[in-house]
Design a protein around this ligand. Structure first.
Ligand code: BEZ
Length: 221
């Protein structure tokens, strides 16, 4: 089973660095990001988990709960967190989010294994997956191989886009940042768009003469 957009994330009982969680209870109806890494005590992962920790307050401001995941034990995670804190200049003993000690079966079920990266036993490790959830449902996923670290600013950016586009009938264009113009979604007719977007919208003139690119100021700013 690979998770598709709109699917409910399975309700696992997870062992984590902050205790045992019933995942659905922990999620509630909140926004959340579950992100996996290949293995503890590896270099890129040490930078990624530190970078997420540094921006944990920014995620909190957006109402996003964070949780890491790999197929390592809780005691391995606990030892490694000290390295993450030290290497990334974080306060010791205040690591801001839990890390799950997952299982290979769960990781396989969720399509998280990277066949090109194996552990010492020759078994595939988890890739760098990102599941953005709201109300326990998958809103966005990203899947990077073990060898490419993620951009944490991009995770914040996509959450801002998801939250805006859930509220307003807009979509966000390539490289959008909050405050940039948004696009009126194609299913909205011009008459309705005039009512929905009091700041107005402009329609791009195109060789096809089709009026499908309609830009409106960011309705949240
Ligand atoms: C890393 O985190 O540096 C890493 C982990 C597995 C494969 C390649 C890189």
């Amino acid at each position: 089973m690979s998770l598709k957009l709109g699917d409910t994330f399975p309700n696992y009982k997870f062992q984590t660095t902050q205790g045992e969680f019933n995942f659905h209870d922990w999620l509630g109806d909140s926004w959340a990001i579950l992100f996996s890494h290949p293995a503890d005590y590896t270099p890129v992962c040490t930078t990624e988990l530190g970078a997420v920790a540094k921006q944990a307050e920014d995620f909190k401001k957006l109402g996003v709960k964070l949780i890491g995941y790999s197929i390592d034990t809780v005691s391995s995670h606990e030892g490694w967190i000290k390295d993450i804190e030290h290497y990334n200049g974080l306060a010791c003993g205040k690591f801001p989010y839990p890390i799950i000690a997952g299982s290979r079966k769960q990781a396989a079920d969720l399509g998280m294994l990277d066949p090109d990266e194996v552990d010492k036993a020759g078994l595939p490790v988890t890739a760098r997956c990102v599941f953005v959830l709201k109300d326990k449902k998958l809103k966005l996923s990203l899947l990077y191989p073990a060898t490419t670290g993620r951009n944490i600013a991009e995770l914040l950016r996509v959450v801002k886009s998801l939250q805006l586009t859930m509220e307003k009938k807009v979509a966000t264009p390539a490289n959008w940042q909050p405050g940039d113009k948004c696009m009126v979604i194609p299913s909205i007719k011009d008459d309705e768009a005039k009512k929905l977007f009091p700041k107005g919208f402009e329609t791009a003139k195109l060789p096809s003469e089709k009026a499908y690119i309609r830009l409106t100021p960011d309705p949240s700013s």
